[in-house]
Design a protein around this ligand. Structure first.
Ligand code: M6R
Length: 618
């Protein structure tokens, strides 16, 4: 998740762009940059916070049109070369662009453009758009004469791009204009008097105007100081509704949600979509994990996977254990990092270590990784933070593309971690001959449906809210799951504990009768994850055991399950899906249940007591 801004007005652009970028800093601050249209393209970039960029910019920088970007790295490390804007054209540069999104076919486009003489300065997917656009307008890398207008060239370039984008573009040959384009990434225009603004969200320009136009997918726009024109995919001028923003700054930063956690629960729709982007091909039944430094032969020779993680990431890892063993037939162990370091582990030949950590900075995880690397074991890190410590130590890194997570309780980073773990397990299974291409094709079809299915759950969140409010003052909560739903039960309990301070325990449902059932009494809420699958019938038996102790059963079940209502007191529904992927849906219900419980108990949701987002001490 990055932030883009743009300005076309009569005042100096640079201070407006810097002010706007500061407002978007919560979207990422690995690096930042601006371009203004002065006598030509003038670009300034810096690593780190916007304040670093500000000190690079000359005090009296001219130019009244410009673009800016604050980066949350996805392709390439956070350094000046990878910072936006990205430019194209040789002596002088002609085009400058900022981008939020992911270009899925950038490798193919990049190879083609290199073949045509374009030179790349960065590792980003975005630079491809700059050169592609230049090619459509100037014909060749050192072309000086525009062969068509910027807007015409843009429309042609967009036809070749697959992926998501919100783009801000300026050209040395079209003074006074700022162009925009959008597909699957947010983009909004602010209407001022003699000046117009653009940004990833309204917070960027709320100090200047509250009259906005939301840009929709496949639309392009041209902003000048005196006006805004918006075009559809075919280039026809469109009439758009002007909306008035009533939110204050704090509400706007959270996109109108009351808490970051709720916003981040909703962002799972795009976060999972982005994490899958460019990694799966339905047509070929293929999974591309190019960042994994293991050959197919090495994957075939693996005898064991050792997962290392803490907290929520450990729950993602536990799901991984089930998947690696069940799908790929690889023995898999999982350890809590703070234990692993001190238990003198026995190391087998052919072990791959997978460290899962959203922050990439958890002290226990880093120490466990160092321990296992001392046995010369190859390590793969799954993390959300480009450039974090783990990425500098592990042999391979797979990034979740969840964007910055501000709420202390992990939500979208958990679901994107498990998305990557599904891809890894299925890929390993394919390479090791345990699954066919046809199976993988249908798996890809199903996993691509998940973001839409999560949206359906979010659309029905009122039912979950009502349930949470009914039990908000329960002394204790229990979460039961079997098989793939067991890690989800553990994660559901952790979420509730963390943010609502209600005592909660997660159990493998079959374990209940071996002790924990003694804790149940009349009215204790027991959440039973009972989506259809190989352990469904057993789960029904466990639900009956719980009912016999007068506890209250809240079942999480498929939308088409007509049986569950006979046994459970309350049923929270998820869309009917592939059994393998149901955990990605059930967890959203449990996150919302925790969120609304904490809300009803008036807890500090985004910053729960005693907790830190990243635990950098032992
Ligand atoms: O950054 P990490 O994934 O390594 O963090 C591990 C745990 O500290 C973390 O998951 C913690 O449990 C969260 N507060 C969960 O919401």
């Amino acid at each position: 998740m990055c932030g883009i801004v743009g300005y076309a007005g009569r005042n100096a652009a640079a201070p407006v762009l810097i002010e706007s970028l500061k407002k978007l800093e919560y979207r990422g601050y690995d690096s930042a940059g601006i371009t203004v249209l002065g006598s030509g393209i003038e670009t300034y970039k810096a690593v780190g916070k916007i304040i670093n960029l500000e000190s690079e910019i000359p005090k009296k920088l001219g130019g009244t049109v410009g673009i800016g970007h604050t980066r949350w790295a996805t392709h390439g490390r956070p350094n000046t070369e990878n910072a936006h804007p990205h430019n194209s054209g040789v002596n002088p540069e002609k085009i400058s662009i900022v981008h939020n999104g992911i270009i899925e076919n950038y490798m193919a486009l990049k190879e083609r453009l290199i073949g045509e003489g374009y030179q790349f300065k960065s590792e980003t997917d975005t630079e491809v758009i700059a050169h592609l656009l230049h090619k459509h307008i100037y014909g060749k890398p050192d072309g000086k004469e525009a062969q068509c207008e910027l807007l015409v060239g843009l429309r042609e370039a967009l036809k070749e791009i697959e992926g998501s984008y919100a783009l801000g573009i300026i050209s040395a040959d079209e003074q006074g204009k700022l162009l925009l384009a959008r597909k699957d990434s947010p983009l909004v225009i602010g209407l001022g008097k003699g000046e117009n603004f653009a940004a990833s969200d309204v917070t960027a320009f709320l100090n200047h105007t509250r009259d906005v136009i939301f840009v929709d997918d496949f639309e392009t726009a041209v902003l000048s100081p005196s006006g805004v024109e918006i075009f559809d995919r075919e280039g026809n001028l469109k009439e758009k509704k002007i909306e008035k923003i009533e939110w204050d700054f704090e509400a706007a930063e959270k996109a109108g949600y009351e808490h970051f956690m709720l916003k981040e629960i909703h962002e799972q729709v795009t976060a999972i979509h982005d994490t899958l982007a460019g990694k799966v091909s339905e047509l070929e039944g293929a999974i591309y994990l190019n960042e994994l430094n293991l050959s197919e032969d090495e994957i075939r020779k693996l005898s064991r996977v050792q997962i290392l993680a803490c907290g929520t990431s450990w729950h993602a890892g536990l799901l991984g254990k089930y998947l690696f063993e069940q799908l790929a037939g690889i023995h898999c162990d999982i350890d809590i990092c703070s234990e692993y370091r001190y238990r003198n582990p026995v190391m087998n030949e052919g072990t791959l270590a997978i460290a899962i950590t959203q922050s990439g900075e958890t002290a226990d995880t880093l120490a466990a990784v160092r321990e296992i690397m001392s046995y010369n074991c190859p390590t793969l890190a799954i993390t959300n933070v480009v450039g974090s410590t783990i990425t500098r130590e592990a042999n391979s890194v797979l990034y979740t593309r969840a964007g910055p997570e501000i709420g202390v309780a992990a939500t979208k980073t958990f679901s994107t971690q498990i998305t990557l773990i599904y891809l890894l397990a299925v890929k390993f299974a394919l390479v090791r001959g345990k699954l066919s291409h046809d199976y993988v094709k249908s798996f890809i079809t199903e996993i691509r449906k998940v973001p839409g299915e999560i949206q359906q759950i979010l659309n029905q969140k009122e039912a979950i809210k009502e349930c949470a409010e009914n039990f908000a003052h329960a002394k204790s909560y229990f979460f039961l799951g079997r098989h793939l739903n067991y890690p989800i039960a553990l994660e559901g309990a952790l979420k509730l504990k963390e943010i609502s301070y209600v005592h909660a325990e997660g159990f493998a449902a079959g374990e209940l009768k071996h002790g924990p059932i003694a804790l149940l009494d009349e009215g204790t809420p027991v959440v039973a994850i009972a989506t259809r699958g190989q352990t469904y019938e057993k789960m029904l038996s466990n639900i009956k055991e719980v009912k016999a102790r007068d506890a209250v059963v809240i079942a999480v079940a498929d939308s088409k399950d007509t049986e569950i209502g006979k046994y459970a007191d309350i049923v929270l529904r998820v869309p009917q899906s592939d059994e393998l992927l149901a955990p990605l849906l059930s967890i959203v219900v449990l996150q919302l249940l925790s969120y609304y419980t904490a809300l009803a108990r008036n807890c500090s949701i985004d910053k729960p007591r005693n907790l830190a987002k990243s635990v950098t001490v032992e």
